[in-house]
Write a protein that binds this ligand. Structure first.
Ligand code: NAD
Length: 298
């Protein structure tokens, strides 16, 4: 008995990308401006290469000026910072993204903080984190994954989440913490849980909204979830599955989709849920940055 609505992140992302493409065309026609996105990838992490390829492809299909810088694993920190300086000064570039994780000898914090906050379309600069935490969301670049999750939650529940309990599983700077800030700003009552939380299942059971961002395959089960809850699965886990008697590598989320679908009100699948929305929000942030740089409204 599957009762939950499947939230189709892929379709939502495609719809959003269409409107970004239309706005991009208008920006070029009316103001001669093309949003520019520079993606920096260091090393040969296979998952990062897939993400970067998808970002580049989406940027091009939205009509952006899209640039990729591929640096060797052994590149020095000075060379990375010099490239960021150049991109900060380049007027054709409105968004700069350094794909994480970085090789161990590079300092993630120094590198992400070197990006001009006005081009920080990933929302990792302390200025943007500070604005988000202070409730100045309209003035900040919000990290793409929680921004995409929020759009899906508000599509299901409306923009005002007053009286709703939200439980975020995971407290990372990239997903968990900014997700909690966004939910709080929409008036939800928010609990952030993590690896040291006692009785996680009991805490999740109180939630009208569950956002799982952990990295543990199929961790959230049916008996954790309140009937009717909206469940957003951020997790991306590579697992071996048996398909038609053959062992194949596939992706699964942090939520046991088939099991939780029996009780949730709405749920995102993996793949095809949060992932596509994340990439599209990156395009939305880059378009906004281009508009702001031209003195137009964001
Ligand atoms: P992270 O490793 O930085 O953080 C994981 C969090 O989970 C930590 O806060 C930790 O305390 C918590 N945690 C670990 N074990 C736990 C447990 N047993 N119970 C409760 N909490 C536990 O990871 P992240 O960067 O936040 O990413 C989380 C997941 O989301 C990963 O699978 C990642 O691949 C995925 N992700 C997906 C997208 C997307 O676009 N779909 C974007 C970013 C991350």
């Amino acid at each position: 008995m599957t009762t939950a609505k499947r939230i189709d992140g892929k379709a939502k992302a495609a719809q959003l990308a269409q409107s970004i493409t239309r706005e991009t065309e208008a920006l070029l026609a009316e103001h001669g401006i093309k949003p520019g996105l520079a993606v920096v990838i260091i090393g040969e992490d296979p998952a990062s290469q897939v993400y970067v390829r998808n970002k580049k492809r989406t940027a091009e299909s939205c009509g952006f000026h899209s640039v990729q810088h591929t640096l060797d694993t052994g590149v020095s920190q000075e060379d990375v910072l010099a490239l960021i300086d150049d991109l900060n000064a380049d007027q054709s570039i409105h968004g700069i993204l350094v794909q994480l994780p970085l090789p161990g000898h590079l300092d993630e914090q120094t590198i992400t903080q070197a990006i001009n906050p006005q081009k920080d379309v990933d929302g990792f600069h302390f200025i943007n984190i500070g604005k988000l935490t202070a409730g100045l969301t309209a003035d900040a670049f919000v990290p793409c994954t929680p921004a995409g999750c929020m759009l899906m939650i508000q599509d299901e529940m409306g923009s005002d989440l007053s009286g709703k309990n939200a439980v975020v599983i995971g407290r990372s700077n990239i997903v968990g913490k900014p997700m909690a800030s966004l939910l709080l700003q929409a008036n939800a009552t928010v609990t952030i849980t993590h690896s040291r939380t006692k009785d996680l299942a009991g805490v999740v059971a109180s939630a009208d909204i569950v956002v799982a961002a952990v990295g543990r395959p199929d961790m959230v089960k049916r008996d954790w979830v309140k009937p009717g809850a909206v469940v957003i699965d951020v997790g991306i886990n590579r697992v071996e599955k048996i398909v038609d008697g053959e062992k194949k590598t596939g992706l699964t989320g942090d939520v046991d989709y088939d099991d939780v679908s029996n009780v949730a009100g709405a749920i995102t699948p993996v793949p095809g849920g949060v992932g596509p929305m994340t990439i599209t929000m990156l395009m939305a942030n880059t378009l906004r940055s281009a508009r702001l740089a031209a003195g137009l409204g964001g």
